[in-house]
Structures are given as C-alpha cells and as structure tokens.
Design a protein around this ligand. Structure first.
Ligand code: NAD
Length: 368
C-alpha cells in the first residue's frame, strides 16, 4: 500500500504505528484532522486478517469522526485507533497500558475512547498511563453508559424531522417503528412512550421485545415486517445498511431517524430516499449523543451540561434540513456540508500571534 498516497487522498494529518514486542501490542492510531480541536475517537480491537485491512479501517473511521464531531458542534477533531488482536483472548493489562503510553507520546493530539472490542475496564488501564482517554469508570470521573444519551439525541433529531414533515414537533400520536430494542432502542422506546408516541417494535431477541411491550405498551412484529409497515418514523437501532436498493421501494415511513451507524448502504441511497419523499436524519449527526456525552469528560463530567448539549441535536438536524433545501441536495450530503463549512470557517480564522508557535516563542523569550 502506498501510505502517503492514501493519506493525501483525504488529507490525513498523521498515522502512528505502535509496536511493543513484550506485550504483543500492534496498534495504529489515525489522526485525520485537528482543525477544531484534538482528535477524539474510539479504539477498536479486532483480529484483522492483514495490516492493510487494519490501516484502511482506521483511516475510514478516523475521517468519519472528523465529520461527526464537526457537525455535532464539538470542538474536537477526528481520530481513531485499532489494536490488531482478538478481544476475547488477547487482552491484558500490560497491552492496554503499553497502548496508553503511546497515546501519551502524542501529547493530547489524540484522545481515545471505547469502541467495538474495547471496554471501560480497558480504558481504566489506559488511564493509568495517560490523561488523554475518555469513557473511564464512573468512579474515575467517567460519564457511564452512553446509550441513554444516544437515545435522547435520536428523540430530539426525530422531533426536528417530524416538525419538517408534519408541521409541528410533537411526537404525541405519531407511530414510530423501532428496529432493535437493545441498549439505545430500549431507551428510545422509553422516551417515545413518555412523549405519547405509538410504538411498533422488533428484535431478534424475544426477551428484549417482551420488555418494551410490557413496559411501554409497544406492539411487536416480526423482524422482516418492520420496514414495510405504514408509520410516521422508521427508527433503525440495530444494524447498518438497512436502507438499500431492495428496501427503499418497500419503506412505509415518512421519516428515517434512528441510532444505527451507516444506515444508508451507499451514499446514493440518500438521494433515492429524497426522491421517494422520505426525510432522512443523517446517522452520524442524530446518533452523536453518546459522543457528546463522553466528550464532556474532558471538562470534568457534568450530566446536566452534557444533557443540554445532546438536546441541541434537534437544532443540528434543523440546520441540515435547511442546507439540504438551500443547496438542493439530500440530507446526507447536507450533513457533510455542515461539517466542512464549520471546519473551513475555523481554519480560515486569522492566525493571531498569541496562538501561533511564533507568538509562544516570543512570550518565552520575554520571560527569559
Ligand atoms: P445493542 O447490541 O445493545 O442493540 C442492538 C439490538 O438489535 C439487539 O437487541 C439485537 O438483538 C437487535 N438486532 C440485531 N439484529 C437484528 C435484526 N436483524 N432485526 C431486529 N433486531 C436486531 O446495540 P446498541 O448499543 O443499542 O446500538 C444500536 C445501534 O446504534 C448500533 O448500530 C450501534 O452501532 C449504534 N450506536 C449506538 C450508540 C450507543 O450509545 N450505544 C451510539 C451511536 C451509535
């Protein structure tokens, strides 16, 4: 692989290879863009079949975080890391502490969090070696389970969509079809129930379904029935790529708004949804509640402040809808525009001497 060519393609700032023979650590950290602030992103642990596969994955994920943080209004850049290994068999305290030391060498340019294959316990080990980690244990200043915050963000984003389509943002009496009632889906059902919405749910896990039927009066359907149901909102909270060539003609909803990542199988499916008159809330913006919540740890975690920030997802979705109309583009493209416009505005700010390395050099001279 021509790595510099790959980095140039999407203007990656940095790719760091971390190797520690003693602990078996083989990790890669990708810093995509730090215009808005330090690059924050999770560490994925996965038994990648090849180094190329790991590099491609970490680069793709890091770039996604730049857009997510920028569109969510966070003062953070985009980064991600991967540890090559099997999370079921290869985890040790020494491995994560070794990784923590590498993160420390970056001096705060990259802040690590949990991702697929890593946990709060692993973050606690990393925390021993570096302060540049979030998602640690609640007893160490952590923000706890992100899923209630992700669900709250989805609810707020849904309100903006409902307002656009039906003229007011009330969810009372609206029918929402929730696909997947796991961590996020459960909390979303709770919030929708409190807001007076009618719930139709599905999950491959029967006891998860039974819980929301019992607690929130949801109606249960089979997994293959949920997409074609006549409803106001389809909320994908299980898998990615459920909006594709096969499903778009069958969708029975007016709005697609859920927590799942990569809801659109391909970017062109955003256009196809718009053509069918279905409003799509871009996944990486509407599901950013967990990220906004965990990022709050950087200021000393405050649940009330984090909740307020998550609630602003409603406004972010409104802005995206406005850009979509302004530019005549589907909402998934408008979300990217929102992110890129913010990055461009900040990077074009005047470089004042106080913030410039030269300014710092001068200040140091003055104190000598
Ligand atoms: P989860 O594993 O707790 O829940 C997913 C649920 O979907 C499970 O109950 C599972 O049984 C069900 N499911 C799997 N296949 C299904 C199918 N074919 N049909 C119906 N249900 C099916 O995961 P989660 O943490 O609730 O996350 C849900 C989605 O939201 C994921 O795509 C995740 O990447 C995304 N997400 C989650 C968070 C968060 O804070 N947890 C943040 C951002 C994005």
């Amino acid at each position: 692989m021509q790595i510099f060519e790959k980095l140039a393609e999407y203007r990656y700032e940095q790719l760091v290879f971390c190797h520690d023979k003693a602990t078996g650590l083989r990790a890669i950290i990708a810093v995509h863009d730090t215009t808005l602030g330090p690059a924050l992103g999770g560490c994925r642990m996965y038994p990648y079949a090849s180094e190329d596969e790991a590099i491609v994955d970490v680069l793709r994920l890091a770039r996604g975080m730049t857009y997510k943080a920028a569109a969510s209004g966070l003062n953070l850049g985009g980064g991600k890391s991967v540890i090559i290994g099997d999370p079921r068999t290869d985890k040790t305290e020494a491995l994560f502490r070794s990784f923590g030391r590498y993160i420390e060498t970056l001096g705060g340019r990259y802040i690590v969090a949990e991702d697929v294959g890593t946990s709060t316990e692993d973050a606690n080990f990393i925390r021993v070696e570096t302060g540049h980690v979030v998602g640690v244990d609640v007893t160490r200043g952590g923000s706890g389970d992100p899923s209630p915050f992700t669900a709250l963000g989805v609810l707020q984003g849904m309100r903006a969509c409902v307002e656009e389509v039906f003229g007011d943002d009330s969810l009372a009496g609206r029918t929402v079809a929730v696909q997947g009632v796991g961590h996020v889906g459960y909390h979303l059902c709770r919030l929708l129930h409190e807001a007076g919405a009618r719930l139709i749910v599905t999950d491959v896990n029967a006891s998860a379904v039974e819980r929301v039927v019992r607690m929130f009066g949801a109606k249960a359907v089979e997994p293959d029935e949920i997409l074609a149901l006549a409803c106001d909102v389809y909320a994908p909270c299980a898998l990615g790529a459920t909006v594709n060539d096969d499903t778009i003609p069958r969708l029975g909803c007016r709005i697609v708004a859920g927590s799942a990542n990569n809801v659109l199988h391909e970017a062109r499916h955003g256009e196809a949804l718009a053509e069918r008159g279905i409003l799509y809330a871009p996944d990486y913006v509407i599901n950013a509640g967990g990220l906004i919540n965990v990022a709050d740890e950087l200021e000393g975690y405050n649940e009330r402040r984090a909740t307020k920030r998550v609630m602003r997802i409603e406004d972010r979705i409104r802005k995206i809808i406005a850009i979509s109309k302004r530019d005549g583009v589907p909402t998934n493209v408008a979300a990217d525009t929102l992110a890129l416009e913010r990055i461009a505005a900040i990077s074009s700010m005047e470089r004042l001497h106080t913030g410039h390395p030269y300014g710092q050099l001068q200040r140091r001279r003055e104190t000598i």
